[in-house]
Design a protein. Structure first.
Length: 279
């Protein structure tokens, strides 16, 4: 197979899945690890993809915002693992915030049907929708209102005013990108401002970000890395990124992707048992 043919296949796979590992490409193409790495460098130099630790992801523009549906197809195992770990931080008789995002949506899915006494504040229409399915009598959902973005976030003055009047114990925050210099960012100026309002409303900030978000910089930033009291990511994060995060965030939690399922997070645990654990 010629180099151009290999690279077309690599790009087609990354566009189809959103991300791919080098080990998968060596098996698919029947070539060496070094050959794949050279092909990835070639494609990255032309802006068609971005190399990450152990593989590659689609290039992300600093200003273009993907739809919720497009984002939800990316990095699903990592997002499930992160959401499963985040579920362990949800405590009964508290108010939590869930920002817009596909990883926070997976966290909300894990709360479906919960009997835990809980209040949830969200600026995400998809999060509110998933929580409405089999909602228990003790689950209160507050939807902020506002203008809807392609990523299903409600933003703008209405959302910001609503959030500014509320206080949550713990905010679970999704991000478009995280970078050592810029911090946390997204492509939408209004969403960045609404995310800042969410941060200001919370006693504790928990950022949920899969490893492909490292090094991505959106148009507008809404906080330095140090704004995160806890950051949960997956084990695809590079050693360099891990060092930076461990130095700057309050607590870094790295979850193995293979073990992350929402079913395991609450499996075999009753509401009363969880309340005793957090007492």
């Amino acid at each position: 197979m010629l180099a151009d043919q290999r690279r077309e296949l690599i790009l087609a796979e990354v566009e189809r899945t959103g991300a791919i590992r080098i080990s998968e490409l060596t098996e698919l193409l029947g070539v060496s690890d070094m050959t794949v790495r050279r092909d990835l460098e070639h494609l990255e130099a032309r802006g068609w993809l971005r190399k990450v630790h152990g593989g590659a992801v689609l290039s992300q523009s600093s200003v273009e915002e993907s739809s919720f549906e497009a984002k939800s197809a990316l990095q699903q195992p990592a997002k499930r693992a992160i959401a499963a770990r985040a579920l362990q931080l949800v405590e009964p008789h508290t108010a939590i915030g869930l920002s817009a995002g596909t990883t926070t949506w997976m966290l909300a899915r894990g709360l479906q049907g919960t009997e835990m006494p809980l209040s949830v504040v969200t600026n995400s229409t998809t999060v509110a929708d998933i929580l409405a399915v089999n909602a228990g009598p003790h689950l209160r959902v507050v939807l902020t209102g506002g203008e809807r973005t392609p990523s299903a976030a409600l933003v703008g003055a209405i959302a910001d005013r609503a959030i500014g009047s509320l206080h949550v114990d713990r905010l679970f925050l999704g991000v478009h990108g995280m970078d050592a210099r810029v911090g946390f960012s997204c492509p939408n100026l209004a969403e960045a401002q609404t995310n800042q309002a969410l941060i200001d409303s919370a006693r504790q900030i928990v950022v949920l970000a899969d490893s492909t978000k490292w090094g991505v910089v959106g148009l507008a930033n809404f906080g330095k890395l140090g704004a995160a009291d806890i950051l949960i990511t997956d084990d695809g994060i590079s050693a360099e990124a891990r060092r930076v995060l461990e130095d700057q965030v309050g607590k870094l939690i790295v979850v193995p992707v293979s073990e992350g399922t929402l079913g395991k997070a609450f499996a075999g645990t009753t509401t009363r048992q969880r309340e005793r654990e957090h007492a």
